[in-house]
Design a protein around this ligand. Structure first.
Ligand SMILES: NC(=O)c1ccc[n+]([C@@H]2O[C@H](COP(=O)([O-])OP(=O)(O)OC[C@H]3O[C@@H](n4cnc5c(N)ncnc54)[C@H](OP(=O)(O)O)[C@@H]3O)[C@@H](O)[C@H]2O)c1
Length: 286
């Protein structure tokens, strides 16, 4: 049976996926009902939900905007996350806190494991790494779940963007030398619920960091899989042209290779090749 789970950050990609599971044991809440910067809202939401486990799916995720507002990113990703973790602890609940592959520099040359050295290149990555520390200190019963290249049903997702570009352009450029582990938000949501079920009520768990992510790919391979499925649905197929990350201009540098592996069983969600067909069908039908 699913324990009582309070999910914070209900309107985001991951929050939406957790909501879509439709499990009555899962309470999803977001701003303004619960704002991780406002302890009064945290206390009220925790008291109302009486959770066995709290899942933090909220974050300041605007990677480029964080370069100009590192303090704002730290507020949400480190300070707010710790307030939530502490409130969970005071209510007797462990916290599952979601973190990112961007805590790594991307220069290892092979997939990262949980105990590999971190070295974020960006303000966002630094704020998330700081949050891993503040959450761990605020609640000893914590699991920090790092994931990578999350994609879901929102119109802001990578998959929706590729479909939009395919409608608008004859030719799409896609970075071929940047590697990650595309992770379907619905699969991560299910993995987090399984983890919550495993840790609820336990003291003896091996608390700490876990990697949960899908199969490895380049942006180019991921986009190619999306276009293949879209073409099977009758969409025009634009030319897909490989480019290099070095030619991608943005405020925040992107790490080159943040593929994630895990030292633990259960760290691998479905490959994007398995998850993309149903997602593309859903997005096309909208
Ligand atoms: N997206 C990726 O590719 C990716 C990759 C690796 C790891 N992750 C991690 O995965 C987690 C989920 O990411 P996501 O893509 O689902 O993020 P997202 O779509 O950007 O959603 C973030 C959520 O956080 C909420 N939020 C922001 N500030 C808040 C605050 N002060 N109090 C309460 N809620 C607040 C937002 O609410 P509003 O709607 O009110 O703004 C939104 O619901 C994050 O920890 C992220 O770092 C994401």
């Amino acid at each position: 049976m699913t324990p009582r789970i309070l999910v914070v950050g209900s309107s985001g990609q991951l929050g939406t996926a957790l909501r879509r599971l439709g499990d009555p044991a899962i309470t999803c809440a977001g701003r303004p009902v619960i704002d991780v910067m406002r302890p009064d809202t945290i206390m009220a939401a925790v008291a109302a939900a009486r959770p066995d486990v709290v899942v933090n799916a909220s974050a300041f995720t605007a990677v480029d905007a964080a370069e100009a507002d590192e303090a704002g990113a730290l507020d949400v990703n480190a300070r707010g996350a710790a307030l939530l973790a502490a409130a969970a602890g005071e209510a007797g609940a462990p916290i599952i806190h979601v973190s990112t592959d961007y805590v790594f520099a991307g220069d290892k040359g092979s997939p990262y494991l949980e105990d590999d050295a971190t070295g974020p290149l960006t303000a966002y990555g630094r704020s998330k790494l700081a949050g891993e520390g503040t959450v761990a200190r605020a609640n000893p019963r914590h699991v920090i779940v790092r994931t990578s290249w999350l994609f879901g049903t929102s119109d802001r997702t990578f998959v929706a963007s590729v479909l939009r570009l395919a409608r608008e352009r004859e030719r799409i450029e896609m970075v071929a030398d940047q590697l990650g582990s595309p992770t379907f938000a619905g699969d991560l949501a299910a993995a987090l619920v399984a983890m919550a079920t495993d840790i609820a009520g336990r003291e003896d768990y091996d608390w700490g960091v876990r990697h949960v992510a899908g199969a490895h790919a380049s942006r180019f391979e991921f986009a190619e899989a999306v276009l293949d499925v879209a073409a099977a649905h009758g969409m025009r197929r634009p030319e897909l042209v490989p480019t290099r990350l070095a030619s991608f201009k943005a405020a925040a540098p992107r790490p080159l290779d943040t593929r994630l592996d895990s030292r633990f069983p259960g760290g691998r969600t479905r490959s994007f090749r398995e998850a993309v067909p149903a997602l593309v069908a859903e997005l096309i039908a909208r």
